[in-house]
Design a protein around this ligand. Structure first.
Ligand code: ADP
Ligand code: UDP
Ligand code: MG
Length: 230
């Protein structure tokens, strides 16, 4: 059902003919290594969820899952799980997160890819990724898919700082020094990704200031359209 909708939405939102674009030269060496099985599975319906630190991505993703049943893949949570499991990449990931920088694409995409391949669902809510143009291009190359839609939670810096400092989840990056760095990284590297999807007509900009309910009222109709067609 969602497959049909995905195709429909694509006609509405994108000028690109296919979300599977395996043509053209692979610009990353690791591309071949992670050649995806996803391309042979049912065409996925992918939503990227973007926004600065503390803008409410995770909170709203939980609401979307609850109401529409998409599969939530938080890139940050997957990376933190790697740290906790003492995997080979754990120390690289930990130092990168502490610095508020972006983990190498191949590490993050490998984790996302594994989840996408092993999960029964084909409707993915990918939260906090891509964080930079290089992430975006690598995902397209390796997974061979583009998002159908992109949500952007637009939140003033002052509000994001307040929320992150009150988050209380014991995260190594929820401190004032790291948040300042993350905000700079967001503006320099994530903003171009947001602009890219805006230019492609795929971006839904959400005013992220207000109560969780008020924000979800803006999000709800975006997914309700797909439910209605289903
Ligand atoms: N609309 C909101 N108003 C106030 N606080 C919020 C709102 N949405 C989320 N929060 C809180 O702000 C913090 C950051 O939210 P989170 O969903 O983790 O954001 P992100 O994933 O974008 O970093 C959390 O403590 C969360 O409970
Ligand atoms: O695709 C990603 C997602 C997260 N991160 C790292 O993980 C941190 C926390 O990300 P998360 O999305 O959990 O933070 P949030 O924006 O939700 O506060 C980021 O600052 C980055 O250092 C990354 O490198 N690539
Ligand atoms: Mg989050």
């Amino acid at each position: 059902m969602w497959r049909r909708v995905a195709l429909h939405s694509q006609l509405m939102l994108s000028s690109k003919p296919s979300i599977f674009n395996n043509q053209g030269a692979c610009i990353f060496k690791f591309c071949e290594t992670f050649k995806t099985e996803i391309a042979t599975k049912e065409k996925p319906f992918i939503t990227f969820v973007l926004g600065g630190p503390g803008s409410g991505k995770g909170t709203q993703c939980a609401r979307i899952v609850e109401t529409f049943g998409l599969t939530h893949l938080s890139a940050g949570d997957l990376l933190r799980r790697e740290i906790a499991s003492n995997s080979a990449d754990g120390s690289t990931i930990l130092s990168t997160i502490k610095e508020g920088k972006i983990v190498p694409s191949e590490i993050t995409i490998k984790l996302l890819q594994k989840e996408m391949e092993t999960c029964d669902s084909s409707k993915f809510l990918i939260d906090g990724f891509p964080r930079c143009e290089e992430n975006r291009i690598a995902f397209e190359q390796i997974i061979g898919a583009e998002p159908n839609i992109v949500l952007f939670f637009d939140c003033p810096e002052e509000e994001m700082v307040k929320r992150v400092l009150n988050r209380n989840q014991g995260r190594v990056d929820d401190n004032i020094d790291t948040i300042k760095k993350r905000l700079k990284v967001f503006e320099a590297l994530n903003r171009p990704v947001i602009n890219y999807y805006s230019d492609k007509g795929k971006l839904y900009k959400i005013n992220a200031v207000g109560t969780e309910d008020e924000i979800f009222k803006q999000v709800h109709p975006i997914f309700a359209v797909y439910e209605a067609i289903k």
